[in-house]
Write a protein that binds this ligand. Structure first.
Ligand code: NAD
Ligand code: USQ
Length: 396
C-alpha cells in the first residue's frame, strides 16, 4: 500500500514510518519540523539525540534498501497539502501532525489559539484535499482518549446507545476534554465524522491513550534512527517523565492525589495498532472509532512501578496539581476493537519499565533537571504580554 505519514518527524510518526516501510509499504513522510521549534521556544530538547529527517531517511535507506520519501511543509498550507496528496497518491494517510501537548495549549491565549488553529485547520485542509482528489483514501487519524474525559460511567468506543423518552439511537459518546489541546481533537473528530457523512470519506479515528517507551525494532538499528524522548514539564508524558526523574534523583512529580487514571500503551503497540487500522480500512462513508490503549493505570500506580523497577531509592512527591482534573474517579473504558482485529499487547511489567530506565541511563548526561517542573497552570488564563516576548514564535 502507499501510505502517507503526516507528522513523520515526531515521537510516534517517525517509528511508524520506519515500521510500515519495513513491512513493505511505500511510505511518504510529511512534517514541517514545528515540534523542533517548540523546543527552541521552551529551551528544551529530547533526552535522546535525534538526527534530522533527511539524515534519518538516508540511514534507513542505507540499512534497509528501502526509501521513505520526505515532503517538507505545513498542513495549514492548503496548496502544500493538495500538491502532496496529488504527487504521492496514497491509499492511506496516517495523520499524527498536530500540536499534542495539553500544557502547551494551556500556557496562554496565544498557545491555545495556535494549537486549535494548527490542529483544526490542518485537519480540515486534509479532509478537503482527500474529498477533492481521491475520496477512496483511508484517513487514519490520531485522536485521544482524553476526548471523553473521566465520566462516572463506562466509556464506549466512540458511540453509545441511548434511550431517551422512549426512543433509542446510537450517538457519539459525550466528550468532556480537559485542555484546549484535547478540545482540538474533539473538533477534529466532529469534522471527520461530518466529512464521512456528507462526502462518503472513510476514516478511522484512533482515540489513543498515553504512550510510553522509546525503542522499536527499527529505531534501535542505528543511533540516527532513534525517535525523540520528551521529559520536560510541557511535552513529557507521565511514565517517560517518571523514568527520567528516577534516574536524575528527582522526586517523582505526582500531581495532586495521583488517583487520575488513564489508558496507556507501549510505543510498539502504537505501531501495531496503526498498521492494523491501515490493513483493515473503514468502508466508504464509514467513520469508526477505536480506543487505542492496552491497560489503565493511576498516576500513583505508575509512580509505584517506577520505584519498584529502579535500582536505588526513589522518592515520590505530591505537587499541587497544575491542572484542573478529577484526582479520584471511576474509570473503565472499552478497548476491544483493535484486539478483535489481532492486536497482541505488550503489557507494562517491571522489565518494560527497566528497559525505559536503561534508555534514560544511557543519556543521563543530557537530563536538564530545571526542565522537569510543570510550567503551565490551568487556573491562570496566562498573560498575553508573553505574546510579544518569550512566545514570540507562536503564530496566532
Ligand atoms: P510529536 O509532537 O512528537 O509529533 C507530531 C509531529 O507533527 C511533529 O514532528 C511536528 O513537527 C508535526 N506537525 C505538527 N503540526 C504540523 C503541521 N501543521 N504541519 C506539518 N507537520 C506538523 O507528537 P507525538 O507524540 O508523536 O504524537 C503524534 C500524534 O499522536 C498527535 O496527534 C498526538 O495528539 C497523538 N497522540 C499522542 C500521544 C502520546 O502519548 N505521545 C497519545 C495519544 C495521542
Ligand atoms: N501527571 C502527573 N505528573 C506528571 C505528569 C503528568 O501526575 O509529571 C498526570 C497529569 O496530571 C494527568 C496524567 O498524569 O492526570 C497524564 O498526563 P500526561 O502529560 O502524561 O498526558 P496528557 O496531558 O493527557 O497528554 C498525553 C499526550 C497527548 C495525548 C494524551 C492521551 O501528550 O498528546 O493525547 O496523552 S490521553 O491522556 O488519553 O488523553
Amino acid at each position: 500500500m502507499r501510505v502517507l505519514v503526516l507528522g513523520a518527524d515526531g515521537y510516534l510518526g517517525w517509528p511508524t514510518a520506519l515500521h510500515l516501510s519495513h513491512r513493505g509499504h511505500e511510505v511518504g513522510a510529511v512534517d514541517n519540523f514545528v515540534r523542533r521549534q517548540y523546543d527552541y521556544e521552551l529551551g528544551t530538547s529530547s533526552l535522546v539525540p535525534i538526527a534530522q529527517l533527511q539524515r534519518r531517511v538516508k540511514v534507513w535507506e542505507d540499512i534497509s534498501g528501502l526509501r521513505v520519501q520526505p515532503f517538507i511543509g505545513d498542513l495549514n498550507d492548503a496548496e502544500f497539502v493538495y500538491d502532496t496528496v496529488r504527487e504521492f497518491k496514497p491509499d492511506a494517510i496516517i495523520h499524527f501532525a498536530e500540536q499534542r501537548s495539553a500544557p502547551y495549549s494551556m500556557i496562554d491565549r496565544a498557545h491555545a489559539v495556535y494549537t486549535q488553529v494548527n490542529n483544526v485547520v490542518g485537519n480540515l485542509n486534509l479532509l478537503f484535499a482527500i474529498a477533492e482528489i481521491d475520496p477512496s483514501i483511508h484517513l487514519v487519524k490520531l485522536g485521544t482518549m482524553g476526548e471523553y474525559g473521566t465520566p462516572n460511567i463506562d466509556i464506549e468506543e466512540g458511540f453509545i446507545e441511548i434511550t431517551h423518552r422512549g426512543r433509542t439511537d446510537v450517538l457519539p459518546f459525550p466528550k468532556q476534554p480537559g485542555s484546549y489541546y484535547h478540545l482540538s481533537k474533539v473538533h477534529d473528530s466532529h469534522n471527520i465524522m461530518f466529512a464521512c457523512r456528507i462526502w462518503g470519506l472513510r476514516s478511522t479515528d484512533l482515540n489513543q491513550g498515553i504512550v510510553y517507551g522509546q525503542e522499536t525494532d527499527e529505531t534501535v538499528l542505528h543511533p540516527d534512527l532513534a525517535t525523540r524522548f520528551d521529559y520536560d514539564g510541557v511535552f513529557g508524558t507521565v511514565l517517560n517523565r517518571f523514568c527520567v526523574q528516577a534516574v536524575a534523583g528527582h522526586p517523582l512529580t505526582v500531581y495532586g492525589a495521583g488517583g487520575q487514571t488513564r489508558g496507556m500503551l507501549n510505543i510498539r503497540d502504537t505501531l501495531a495498532c496503526v498498521e492494523i487500522a491501515v490493513n483493515n480500512p473503514a468502508e466508504e462513508g464509514e467513520y469508526r472509532v477505536f480506543n487505542q490503549f492496552t491497560e489503565s493505570f493511576s498516576v500513583k500506580e505508575l509512580a509505584d512501578k517506577v520505584v519498584e523497577a529502579s535500582n536505588g531509592p526513589v522518592r515520590v512527591t505530591n505537587l499541587d496539581n497544575p491542572r484542573v482534573e478529577k484526582e479520584e474517579h471511576y474509570y473503565r473504558a472499552a478497548h476491544t476493537k483493535l484486539l478483535d482485529l489481532g492486536l497482541v499487547p505488550n503489557l507494562l511489567d517491571r522489565s518494560t519499565v527497566a528497559s525505559i530506565l536503561s534508555v534514560v541511563e544511557r543519556h543521563r548526561d543530557r537530563i536538564d533537571v530545571d526542565a522537569i517542573a510543570p510550567s503551565a497552570n490551568w487556573r491562570s488564563a496566562g498573560n498575553d504580554d508573553r505574546l510579544h516576548s518569550e512566545a514570540g514564535s507562536v503564530r496566532s
